[in-house]
Design a protein around this ligand. Structure first.
Ligand code: SF4
Length: 288
């Protein structure tokens, strides 16, 4: 039985630049270091199928730095703290593959540079997120802070006798609107304000396209790991425009009844979903 509906795949579906780069580095590692244990610090991405594929090639997950010895370690795309990077360098014989996304690396460098020049560094982001923990670690502890809203800007900045010098940046996945709002709230300070827009548009572009597709398709499929926060967020957004939105991990989750009376199906996928899972889903839809 052939498929009776049109399929529209989002242009932004699947791996972002930083994740693609990290997974490529992990895939190449067994060929480059055939006789050595290869470990990632935590899961390289939040996708069980990719993690299982890599494990089958010998790239496994280390829970802790103590598990690392003279093998190879791969640093994930959202980076690690400066202190942890220094500890890794001290492990004799350990080869480090740094898969930190270049956009995250740039933000780390801004924190280090501006902190070194004596600026108060403000990072907009989720305080507990590993990327943010990495960013903070590059700053001077007394002058680096994380905020989540304009209300958290210290009022002392507006009253200090000596005008402050402030450097503002954000975790790469923060909403642009929040950055603009906080930058606007800081404008009245008497000192100096340097704004570094470190937001990566991969997330907002993907979310915008899902909303657009969900508004014009009769059914939506969002593909990605159940443990992937950005995939879950895409599903939630899709549901706001299209109640027939389904989060699947693989093609085996598809249910024929979802497509009864449907003329168009939109497909998107989280930043950690590989292209082959998207392709498998499309093939499976042909055989429903
Ligand atoms: S979302 Fe952007 S910053 Fe984060 S890994 Fe992907 S490309 Fe890099």
């Amino acid at each position: 039985m052939g498929r009776k509906f049109k399929i529209v795949v989002a242009e932004t579906a699947g791996f972002c630049f930083g994740v693609k780069r990290a997974v490529n580095l992990a895939n190449r590692a067994p060929n480059l270091y055939p006789d050595r244990p290869i470990l990632t610090l935590g899961p390289i991405i939040h996708n069980p199928q990719v993690v299982a594929q890599l494990a089958a090639k010998g790239v496994k997950k280390a829970e802790d730095i103590d598990q690392l010895n003279s093998g190879v370690v791969i640093i994930r795309s959202h980076g690690i703290t400066r202190q942890l990077a220094a500890r890794l360098k001290e492990i004799p014989g350990l080869t480090i593959i740094n898969a930190t996304c270049p956009f995250v690396r740039r933000a780390q460098e801004i924190v280090a540079r501006m902190s070194g020049r004596g600026y108060e560094v403000i990072i907009i982001g989720e305080p507990d997120h590993p990327e943010v923990a990495g960013l903070i670690s590059y700053g001077c502890p007394e002058r680096t802070r994380v905020i989540t809203s304009p209300e958290e800007i210290p009022q002392s900045f507006f009253k200090q006798k000596k005008p402050p010098r402030i450097a503002l940046l954000a975790q790469t996945t923060q909403p642009q609107e929040l950055y603009n709002e906080i930058a606007g709230s800081l404008l009245p300070i008497k000192g100096e304000l340097r704004c570094f827009n470190t937001i990566c548009t991969a997330t907002s572009d993907r979310q915008g396209e899902v909303l657009d597709l969900a508004g014009r398709c009769d059914c939506m499929l969002i593909i990605g790991g159940r443990n992937s926060a950005n995939t879950n967020r895409l599903h939630q957004l899709s549901l706001t425009r299209q109640p027939r939105s389904h989060h699947i991990e693989t093609a085996s989750d598809l249910k024929p009844e979802w497509f009864s009376g449907v003329e168009s199906v939109g497909i998107s996928a989280g930043a950690s979903t590989p292209q082959w899972l998207i392709d498998e889903t499309i093939t499976a839809l042909d055989h429903l």
